[in-house]
Design a protein around this ligand. Structure first.
Ligand SMILES: [Zn+2]
Length: 372
């Protein structure tokens, strides 16, 4: 019993606040050997250790269950279950939300699946609520009123959960919806809008608080849309490989010597290619003299392309600083006001993807040659 309660509480924690630590706790728990038999059973309030009595007790329990007892049966509850089942089925049939297909890295996939799972389940619940409120059956109305008053303080009840979800996503409370219910279509689009806005802001706040994401433009993060780093027109394996490297740079997970040294995985943070200074993202992209030929080859076309679109004067005023050049290479949407056009930004993305990849390959080859 205690085990069941603690298992239940772990599941609840995972549902409320999913994180890797809890997930591994669940795995470890499932791996550990579990006792599935018991030598003691509580029968009529008394502890009983005799297998024969236990068997008899089970037999009479099932016999009792199999005998219909009209007077004890809660028909209201059965009806409620039937209605719920029916409405769940309707909601499932009508829901247009499909999990999206994507080709991101595994890490991004996990995040995205988590998000889709939540959005999908909340979407279903809210769609179900609309079905309940729009049904013109008196019995359903009665059940809603009864459930809301009886279970007002019960945090696990369906309506408490719904009340919480409506509040969290800034949607109208149940009593207002009972008064004026929007059409099914309007409700769907309202729910989608509010859910997306909430998750977008959460994602953005989360991204802004992470130093590894300092080069990513979080202003234009859109829920339900891939980051432009994944906008690949020519979907060949080679292009996807380039996008993976670029995505690591955007997300701050591209490991250089300075990162390794931080975690004691390298004796020094100095660049192994030139031995001149710390190898960080700025050194890799703009400074390392050993990579300068590759850099010039691939950066020059980017500069020419951008200048064509924003004029040389604007280029000089906006891209004077090294930090802005880094931002342009890593995530050009930082300059969406200057660059304006999505097509231009997609083209810059393709070109910077190429540049980052070529620098990465050059560095890798030189390091391999040094290792002999
Ligand atoms: Zn260097």
């Amino acid at each position: 019993m205690e085990q069941a309660v603690s298992r239940q509480s772990l599941y609840q924690q995972i549902m409320d606040n999913p994180n890797t630590q809890l997930f591994y706790r669940l795995i470890n728990r499932n791996r550990s050997s579990q006792q599935t038999s018991t030598n003691c059973l509580k029968i009529n309030g008394e502890l009983n250790f005799i297998p024969e009595d236990q068997r008899r007790s089970f037999a009479s329990y099932y016999e009792d269950l199999s005998v219909p007892k009209e007077e004890l049966f809660d028909n209201n509850y059965l009806n409620l279950c039937k209605i719920r089942q029916q409405l769940y089925e309707q909601a499932m049939d009508q829901s247009t939300v499909e999990p999206e297909l994507f080709t991101d890295t595994e890490e991004a996939n996990t995040e995205k699946k988590k998000f889709i799972k939540f959005r999908f389940s909340y979407f279903l619940l809210l769609s179900f609520l609309h079905n309940l409120l729009s049904s013109n059956v008196q019995r359903v109305d009665d059940i809603i009123i009864r459930q809301m008053s009886v279970n007002y303080d019960n945090p696990n009840s369906f309506f408490s959960k719904i009340r919480e979800i409506l509040l969290k996503y800034g949607l109208p409370p149940i009593h207002l919806l009972q008064e004026t219910l929007p059409s099914k279509l309007k409700w769907k689009s309202l729910v989608t809008k509010h859910l997306n806005t909430y998750w977008q802001n959460t994602l953005r706040d989360d991204a802004e608080s992470k130093s590894t994401l300092k080069h990513m433009d979080t202003e234009h993060l859109l829920v339900g849309k891939n980051h432009p780093v994944w906008t690949i027109f020519d979907k060949t394996k080679a292009e996807v490989r380039k996008a993976i490297i670029k995505a690591r740079i955007v997300s701050g997970t591209f490991i250089l010597n300075s990162d390794r040294a931080k975690f004691n995985q390298a004796p020094s943070s100095v660049c192994q290619l030139c031995n001149l200074s710390e190898e960080n993202i700025s050194h890799f992209l703009l400074e390392c003299p050993i990579l300068s030929n590759t850099r010039i080859t691939y950066f020059q076309p980017i500069k020419t392309y951008v200048t064509q679109h924003i004029t040389a004067e604007v280029w000089h005023s906006v891209f004077q600083s090294k930090s802005n050049i880094i931002r342009l290479i890593i995530d050009c949407r930082h300059f969406s006001q200057t660059l304006r056009d999505d097509k231009i930004m997609n083209m810059i993305e393709t070109k910077t993807r190429e540049m980052c990849y070529k620098l990465y390959i050059k560095r890798l080859k030189l390091l391999e040659a040094m290792d002999g």
